[in-house]
Design a protein around this ligand. Structure first.
Ligand code: ATP
Length: 809
């Protein structure tokens, strides 16, 4: 590969000069920090005032705390670049912007997201964009270790291969051993990535790229960029959705490291507040639950709980048998839900209609009886005497407040009073309450789904569109855990059912806890800003922690909701995000797309993924097909073309698998080569677990502190992981795997989006046979390695990997 520019060796004098600059920057950040901490202490010291004042102070404290957090986050690698322009001026590029000491001074540091910083990522020898020199500063613990320069002046050759910005810095970043946590790439973003990160496109953008092309890098940096550029997003927040919690752990540090707190990272299983689904369905069940038709199934299931009776309903109440006709109930149900009112919200209207009918009928029936009495009595008996005689009995039948006086009252007044009387009583009447619970029960999403999937009759009634075999796949035990594919159904059900008290109560409790935690956080920061030895910093008089406890502060701020945007959004199903970023989006099911669009009705989406890596039976292999129902044709596609993760030797190993998925697919070009060719080894079924453990141990020994993944078929994960753990203590595996351990054992679903220095793919045929999209799964497994790949197969090698055996012999 040809370099895009001429690099010159870093001079010691340059390094020293840059060290001076870095010292100045850190000093200025220290001044800023002390200034903000002092403001925060003043806010905390102010005595309580009006409720409005408290809210405003709460908001100010939150803003200042966020600024302190952003300064903290920028500490490592504060400044990483310099641009010298042809015009002679010079810009330093870093994680945050740092103003000069005086208001009129030029900024000391430009935020990487500012327009002025752009040429740092996009200038090339062919199109230098006014840049004469681009310098990368490599720093650690506030020390400048090295500088790499690219001079764009006097370049006589134009590159004919991949154009890399800051090639030396990029390759140095890529050579580092993996830590089990993704690092940000602000210092080395490449031009094609930068274009997507900064895209002004407000609608739906699909970023397609082969494994290792930096789709996740682009997605996360785009979130940070959008938050920087669009202030409004700070209030509404950005939602980043990933495939599972191991993946979220892997990427979890990137955005806080960039100082961003308004981003909610969630796995698909965590998108419904109050439930963290981890279990997986049978692939067949997952596929069915992901179909859009499930929205109709749930709607039918809800309707079946709305007075959907097959005949009249007889109610034994008030000593009478009142018949409610099917027609009456259907009309009342239709009126209650008119205009799309949700089930639980429609219940009061339906109840009012039914109670009104019951009360009227009871009042009339009793009125008729009494009128009959009166006629008979008027002819034959002394009414006054009878009143005295039966008054007691009537009261015992109809209640204390039905007096004999009523018998002689005027009919309309009498009827109205009796009806009103019943209307007061019915809400407390056990028969009436039971009637309502059976005709129109209050439903929770969890209850609705449990009933639906545990009762074959209910399911058959709600899902006539599914075959009997399909319905059988959906049936489960009442105690079965929620699965990943249940989450979008729970959300859909919540949408149909409407407000649910229980969730609100939980939310209020979470809010109180968060306020306490927040208050403690404020105090911790105030304490830290006060100086490690407990003495006040320049100009400071009091330490907030000396003044108030976390509880007092939480109470004092009670009127304001002090949680970060991400925390508030996480607890609120109805939160509307300003932008949604979906990673590994090829696996998102239609029902989950429906949920995501509800979270962002303005349809501002960045969708990143690789159609060839789709292993979810409910996902899609075609963007057009997957997105059309939700976004029509209003989306734009961008492609990433360079593979940063996998060396060329490993890319070639996976190529035939990719071609078997679809003949027209080609892998992205690898930025590196020179890795050892992948190893392929056959073993026997008996020896397989022990041999796998030995191969993993060998990879761990050779990895120089790097990370090793053993990727196995789901069906044999437990057994094989146990064998590996017996050989390598500390081996971690499964849905809770700790990626910071040297060796992890995972199935393909768990390994999605991750990367390791060395990868052992165990039993490729088992991986192929493990799902309907086995080829895509095998492709994912083969493309996780940054340094070395080993394939171990008990039994014959699958056809798509034959070339490995030939290369190995
Ligand atoms: N500009 C860059 N600078 C430094 N490292 C980069 C850059 N772009 C990508 N990388 C590195 O390349 C690797 C692959 O990136 P990433 O995980 O974003 O790829 P991906 O396209 O999401 O892959 P997959 O499809 O497998 O999920 C990561 O280690 C990432 O840090």
């Amino acid at each position: 590969m040809t370099s895009s520019s001429l690099e010159r060796p870093a001079q010691q004098a340059d390094r020293e000069r840059e060290q001076d600059r870095l010292d100045l920057l850190h000093q200025q950040v220290g001044v800023l920090r002390e200034h903000i901490a002092r403001e925060l202490r003043i806010v905390l010291r102010e005595s309580t005032g009006t409720a409005q004042g408290q809210v405003e102070r709460g908001a100010t404290a939150e803003r200042l705390t966020r600024r302190l957090a952003a300064l903290d986050a920028a500490e490592n690698g504060l400044c990483f670049g310099r641009l010298d322009r042809m015009t002679g001026d010079r810009l330093y590029i870093g994680r945050i912007g740092v103003p000069g000491a005086e208001p009129d001074d030029d900024p000391l540091l430009i935020d990487w997201r500012a327009p002025a910083a752009r040429p740092f990522y996009t200038a090339t020898a062919a199109a230098p964009q006014g840049v004469r020199l681009r310098r990368h500063l490599h720093t650690r613990n506030r020390r400048v270790l090295r500088v790499d320069d690219e001079l764009f002046a006097d370049v006589s050759t134009v590159p004919d291969d991949i154009q890399l910005s800051g090639e030396a810095a990029l390759l140095a970043a890529l050579r580092q051993s993996k830590t089990g946590r993704m690092q940000d790439a602000v210092a080395t973003l490449q031009a094609e990535q930068d274009r997507i990160v900064r895209s002004p496109h407000a609608g739906v953008m699909v970023v397609q790229g082969s494994p290792g092309t930096g789709k996740t890098v682009v997605a996360l940096h785009r979130a940070a960029y959008l938050l920087y550029t669009h202030q409004r997003l700070e209030r509404s927040g950005v939602l980043v959705v990933g495939p599972n919690s191991v993946f979220l752990d892997y990427i979890g540090q990137v955005l806080p490291g960039l100082g961003e707190t308004s981003v909610l990272l969630s796995s698909v299983g965590g998108l419904y507040p109050g439930v963290l689904a981890r279990a997986e369905d049978h692939p067949g069940a997952a596929e069915i639950k992901g179909r859009l038709v499930m929205a109709d199934v749930l709607e039918t299931a809800v309707r079946a709980r709305q007075a959907a009776v097959t005949g009249p309903v007889d109610v034994a109440i008030g000593g009478e048998l009142i018949r409610l006709t099917r027609r009456f109930l259907a009309d009342a149900a239709a009126r209650a839900t008119e205009g799309g009112v949700q089930h639980n919200l429609a219940r009061p209207a339906f109840r009012e209609a039914v109670f009104d009918e019951l009360a009227g009928r009871l009042a009339r029936v009793i009125g008729d009886i009494e009128a009959g009495f009166e006629e008979v009595l008027a002819d034959q008996v002394d009414v006054e005497a009878l009143e005295r005689a039966v008054g007691k009995d009537l009261a015992s039948v109809f209640g204390e407040d039905v007096s004999v006086y009523d018998i002689r009252a005027q009919e309309p007044i009498e009827f109205a009073e009796r009806k009103a009387d019943w209307l007061d009583k019915l809400p407390h009447d056990p028969v009436a309450r039971k009637l309502m619970d059976s005709l129109w029960p209050v439903l929770t999403p969890e209850g609705l789904l449990t009933e639906l999937f545990t009762d074959p009759d209910r399911l058959a009634e709600a899902a006539p569109q599914l075959t009997e075999a399909e319905r059988a796949l959906l049936l489960r035990e009442p105690t079965a855990p929620w699965t990943l594919s249940d989450v979008s159904l729970l959300d859909e059900a919540a949408e149909l059912l409407g407000f649910d008290d229980r969730a609100e109560t939980e939310r209020a409790a979470a809010r109180r806890a968060a306020q306490r935690d927040y208050a403690q956080g404020v105090l911790d920061i105030a304490r830290a800003s006060h100086g490690e030895d407990g003495t006040a910093g320049a100009g400071a008089q009091l330490n907030a922690a000396d003044l108030v406890t976390a509880e007092q502060l939480a109470e004092w701020h009670g009127a304001a909701d002090l949680r970060t945007v991400a925390e508030r959004a996480a607890a609120d199903r109805s939160w509307v995000f300003g932008h949604v970023i979906a990673d590994e989006a090829q696996d998102v099911s239609p029902m989950t797309w429906r949920l995501l669009v509800r979270r962002c009705p303005t349809r501002s989406f960045t969708i990143v993924g690789d159609a060839a890596q789709s292993s979810d039976a409910a996902g899609s292999t075609s963007w057009q097909q997957a997105l059309e129902p939700f976004f029509g044709t209003r989306w734009r596609r961008e492609d990433l073309t360079v593979n940063y993760r996998t060396p060329a030797e490993i890319v070639s190993a996976s190529r035939p698998v990719l071609e078997a998925i679809a003949a027209d697919l080609a892998p992205a070009r690898a930025v590196r080569d020179g890795a050892a060719p992948p190893r392929c080894e056959r073993t026997t079924t008996q020896e397989f677990p022990a041999r796998l453990a030995a191969v993993a141990a060998e990879a761990a020994r050779g990895g120089e502190g790097g990370r090793v993944a053993v990727i196995v078929p789901s069906a044999t994960l437990e057994r094989l992981a146990t064998a590996v753990a017996a050989e390598i203590p500390g081996t971690s595996w499964g849905a809770d795997a700790d990626l910071e351990q040297g060796v992890v054992v995972l199935n393909v679903r768990q390994v999605k989006g991750l990367e390791f220095d060395s990868v052992v793919v165990a039993d490729p045929q088992g991986i192929l046979d493990g799902s309907a999209r086995g080829l895509s799964d095998l492709y994912v497994a083969l493309t996780r390695a940054g340094q070395s790949l080993h394939v171990l197969h008990p039994g014959p090698l699958p056809d798509v990997l034959r070339h490995l055996a030939q290369e190995a012999t």
